[in-house]
Ligand binder design. Sequence first.
Ligand code: PMP
Length: 413
Amino acid sequence: MPSPPAADSPVSDPNHRIYLDHAATSWPKAQGVAEAMVDFMTNVGASASRGNHASAMKANELTRSLRSRLTRFVNAESAECISFHAGCTSALNAVIHGLVGPSHAIGKDSHLLVSAVEHNAVLRPILMAANSANAMLEEVPSDAHGSLPVDELIGRINDATRLVALSHVSNVTGAVQPIADIGEAISRINQSRDASNQILFLCDAAQSLGYLPIDVQALGVHALAAPAHKGCGGPPGIGMLSLSPQWHDQIQPWMQGGTGHDGRSDEMPPSMPQKLEPGTMNLPAIAGWLAAMDSMATRQESALVLAERSQQLHRGLNAIEGIQVFGRPGPLPIASLDFGPDLPPDDAAAILDAEFRIEVRAGHHCAARIHKYLGTESAGTLRISGGHGTNPEEIDAVIAAVAEIAAQITSLT
Ligand code: PMP
């Protein structure tokens, strides 16, 4: 297999690693995140909404600040629209199980549309909720790069359709879906329906929040779920749901517990966001996410830089013979590839790690169905994903390493 990097290569430094697994989680985290978390743990430590002492007030203030910051960031209608969850997965479960079910707003005989590129964090709760509601689930196919056919998707909406769930960006190929066009079509259809029969447009922004601008009102997205730990550069263990006001009365609390409000009641408070936020909040993560948002506000890097990295990555990979590349140049430097039957993605990732100190991910990436359309069902793909801070040298290094591995395979076959 390929020889290790030359002694004068930056990769020859034993402490050097090239981290290209940003689609799993970003690293390094944004400036100030670790410090803010340590500061909270060291100097505050209190719970939010659970006391009137000075430290509890500081915890309240952090939560309030992050909520209002995110309200502005995604242009939600008000701070009540933003609820905090244990991650993007929890936020998705809260909205899906809160609105789809046997005695829920979206119930029996509803038609639910999901795309073939969905992550299991969307697909699995929807499958379970659709089953228990006796609703019908339909999958919209993607092309061989993970892009969805907009007209076909819109054409599949029928009178019974009550939910359209889409990932903004595919975590396998980086394909950016045209959610504005789909949101506009759904808004048009909703205008002709009464309030009890509206379509919920759910967008999984796990791969886009912090990378692409998101305006939920302009995009016509009613529910948007995202974590702190990817494009925002924040910590894991916290995520948000933005839910538009027309769904606030209809959503049922998915989890029950203490909220610090209405403590004598046997039931969850009816108001948003408290009704979706049982349990003690992850305050260190809230402090970290807030610091990440501060850092983002002052970051010099432009969207153009990420798009340039994407061009560079795809151009380089597409010039390599003997591999298949999935995804197209776009706003984010993500690509999946396949070396063919002689080198499974897992082995290719192990070689990149061991011999080049390049960290990427192999497998199905928790999105099994898209692989039907890529033709990579059995072993999945090798995914290369850069993020904020990924530099051109790192992209060149991974292209050179992939070329070297591909050349070795070709010479052996
Ligand atoms: N959706 C997509 C598209 C993802 O890539 C991920 C994370 N890999 C999730 C949802 C779930 O996010 P989390 O693991 O942060 O809950």
